[in-house]
Each structure stands twice: as C-alpha cells, then as structure tokens.
Ligand binder design. Structure first.
Ligand SMILES: CC(=O)SCCNC(=O)CCNC(=O)[C@H](O)C(C)(C)COP(=O)(O)OP(=O)(O)OC[C@H]1O[C@@H](n2cnc3c(N)ncnc32)[C@H](O)[C@@H]1OP(=O)(O)O
Ligand SMILES: O=C([O-])CC(=O)C(=O)O
Length: 377
C-alpha cells in the first residue's frame, strides 16, 4: 500500500455516508438533519425533540412529540437483572466503566435480546435512550450508598435525571440548562465513539454491543473524558490570581490542555459559544463565577499562545460543576446525550450496511526465517 493512501488517525478520511449530522469545520457550523444547533437552542427545542429528529429525520408534530415522550418515559426503569449486576461492582469503580458494564448487562435482560430485526433494534434504542439517565444516577447513588430512586414519568428526560440524582424536585432553570447541554452534545458526525459504534454495528452485531463499544470509546480523555480533566485542571488552578501564570507555565512545559483543539473545527466550536454563556449564567445564579472566570483567562492565553479554540468539553465542565453534578459524572452525562446520536447512527448503519474494514500501512518486517526455541539466544 502506498503512503499516499494513508492518513494518520484517519484525518479527513470519509468513512461512511450519513444523513444525520453535518459539520462545517471552517465556518463553525453544526447541523442536525438540516437544523443548525443555534436555531434548535434559540428556538426553544428540547432534547426529546432532538432525539426524534436524529432518529426520524424530521421534527415531530405536537402529537408525535407527546406520544414519543410517553414511549421514552415509560421505559425509564432498569431491569431487575441490571440492578443486581450493579450491586456486584466495586463502589470505588470508575463511573464510565460501570456505565459500560450496565449497558452491556442490560442487553442480556432486554426483552428483545436475540431478535436481530430492525424493529427490535428500534425498541432497544428507545430503552437505551430512556435508561441511560437511570443507569448514571443509579451508579452515583450506589457509589455514595444512597437509596435508589424510581424514575418519574411526568418529568422531562433532563428534569428526571436531576430528580433521580438528587432526590429532590429539580430547579426548572437547571433542568433547562441541562436540556440545552444534552441538545448540544447529541450528535457529532463520525466522532471516535460514534465511529466505534458503527464499526461494531457493521458486523451486524446487536445494538447493545455497538453502544458498549461507544461508551468505552467516549471514556478516553482525548474524547468525552476531557470534560472531567478540564474541571480537575480548573480546580488545580484554584483561583483567578494565579490562572495566567499557571496556564502559561503549562504551555511552556508543552502540556496538552484539555478542552482545547479539535480534529474538525478550525474555528470556534459552535457548542462552546453556548456553553461559555451558560457557564457564566450558571455561576452567577449559583453565586460563584470563579471557575467561569478562570476558564476565561485559560481560554485567552491558549488562544493567544497556541491559536487553539475551546471545544465542547471546556465550558461544559464549569457549567456542570456549578449545577452540582459530581466531576466523575461529567463523561457519563455526555453519554446520556450522545446515546441519541449513537443509536441514530447504528440504525442508519443497519439500513445501509457494509462491513467496515480498513487496511493498515504495514511498517514491520515482512519476512523472517523461523528460529526454533532451542536455537534462540
Ligand atoms: C468531545 C470531544 O471529543 S472534543 C475533544 C476533547 N479532547 C480534548 O479536549 C483533549 C485535548 N485536545 C486534543 O488532544 C486534540 O486537540 C484533539 C485530540 C481533540 C484533536 O487532536 P488532533 O487533530 O489529532 O491534533 P494532534 O493531537 O495531532 O495535535 C496537533 C498539534 O496541536 C497541538 N495540540 C492540539 N490540541 C492541543 C491541546 N489541547 N493542548 C496543547 N496542544 C494541542 C499538539 O500538541 C500538536 O502539536 P505539534 O504538532 O507541535 O505536536
Ligand atoms: O467530533 C469529534 O471528533 C469530537 C467531538 O467534538 C464530539 O464527539 O462531540
């Protein structure tokens, strides 16, 4: 294979055709099924509407949305089997690893398990989107030794997540902020986790297997795991006074600054534009803008010295933190949103499937004479 065929990290390689999500990396546009995320957020769309849009290609009518919400909210409870599996996991375990395990285990308890039809996969997708928030909050309550809380059907997906996490009636403004964050994280074309879901689906493996692959891929700090690393960095910086010196030194030491840079965007990530404003608003409402202000200093130094823009993970970190979400749940919350995109992509893969199997640019030794064990030194 010649070198010209090879792109390190598959940069700019087109690996699938898709109708779901369009990114213009030069203009900084993110579009779900033709709708710009700025219009969805500004127009008062909801995460449930966006899930419907990603799956069906159209925004729902009021009637369709009502019945869609009902179908989602009636599938929120985890299976007894999945709850039993949770109890066997170490309480100190990494929350994303626990989520990956619960997703995988839930497949075995799904009533459609073993049914390889497309319709069964759609029913599984409904269950997964509905149950991921329950899995994440069940993990947190298990880790902290708190009693489990049954999901409520009358709340939005975002509101019910906050209710199950805290056990109290969610603040409407917090629920809407989370709802917007879920819209913003819902899909992003062939990002690493979606790609891994599609690779698994393309072998005609089941939806749970594909999503288990995706959760494992999202966990990494170069992908969804970056939001937790951002918050740990902001806490290490600690106060506004030392922020500029801290980040300048980190850049001098050639450290990778989490929450900055992107493979596709060469300009501001359009999601960061919303999340910057939301981080400020959340900080002001909760009476502490320190982490927002530190973030602004970090952003301005990284922009000036490295010409790198913040990505979706940078301002979501301080926004979630001020909302009271524990740092180790930031990436699981990303998964609560991205499950909508993952499932949309897996279903699209099933509809037009071909095995995904690239080649490697082999740089090892191609032929050697075998040496018997007794003759090796
Ligand atoms: C939801 C998401 O997945 S959004 C991304 C979340 N990940 C992060 O925030 C982690 C930090 N960012 C990064 O590591 C990268 O920008 C990535 C992984 C997102 C994209 O990386 P790539 O397109 O592969 O760029 P790559 O890693 O090759 O870096 C290119 C150059 O920019 C530099 N660079 C890129 N991002 C950063 C960063 N965040 N901090 C410091 N330098 C950086 C690299 O050091 C490299 O410099 P060099 O050529 O002098 O060695
Ligand atoms: O697209 C990517 O490579 C990463 C990203 O921003 C996302 O998954 O939201």
């Amino acid at each position: 294979m010649s070198e010209s065929h090879f792109s390190e990290g598959l940069e700019d390689v087109v690996a699938a055709s898709s109708e779901i999500c369009f990114i213009d990396g030069d203009e900084g546009r993110l579009v779900y099924r033709g709708y710009d995320i700025h219009d969805l957020v500004g127009g008062g769309s909801t995460f449930e509407e966006v899930i419907y849009l990603l799956w069906h290609g159209e925004l729902p009518s009021a009637e369709q949305l009502q019945s869609f919400r009902l179908s989602l909210s009636s599938e929120r409870a985890l299976s007894q089997g999945a709850m039993e599996v949770l109890k066997t996991l170490p309480k100190t375990g990494n929350a994303m690893e626990m989520l990956r395990t619960l997703v995988s285990a839930s497949g075995l308890f799904d009533p459609d398990d073993g049914d390889t039809s497309y319709d069964a996969s759609v029913r599984m997708a409904v269950r997964l989107v509905s149950q991921l928030p329950t899995m994440v909050t069940a993990i947190e309550r298990y880790k902290t030794g708190k009693p489990q809380i049954d999901p409520r059907k009358d709340l939005s997906l975002a509101g019910n997540f906050l209710y199950m996490l805290t056990g109290s009636e969610p603040d409407e403004r917090d629920a809407r902020a989370l709802d917007i964050a879920l819209i913003l994280h819902a899909d992003h074309e062939l990002n690493a986790s979606t790609f891994s879901a599609r690779v698994t689906a393309a072998t005609l493996s089941d939806l749970y297997s594909a999503i288990t692959s995706a959760v494992g891929t999202l966990k990494g700090p170069l992908h969804g795991g970056a939001n937790e690393q951002v918050m740990l960095m902001l806490k290490e910086i600690g106060d506004l006074k030392g922020a500029e010196a801290w980040i300048t030194k980190a850049l001098e030491e050639k450290r990778r600054i989490m929450g900055f840079g992107h493979r596709v965007y060469h300009t501001e990530d359009p999601r960061a534009t919303h999340l910057r404003r939301m981080s400020q608003e959340m900080g002001e409402r909760k009476g502490n803008t320190t982490y927002y202000e530190i973030s602004r200093v970090v952003e301005s130094v990284v922009r000036e010295k490295k010409k790198l823009n913040p990505n979706v993970d940078f301002y979501s970190a301080s926004m979630y933190y001020m909302m009271g979400i524990p740092i180790h749940l930031f990436t699981p919350v990303f998964a609560v949103s991205r499950i909508s995109g993952w499932t949309a992509h897996v279903l699209e893969q099933y509809r037009h499937n071909r095995l995904i199997r690239p080649r490697a640019d082999f740089i090892g030794i191609k032929r050697r004479d075998f040496v018997k064990l007794e003759d090796r030194r």
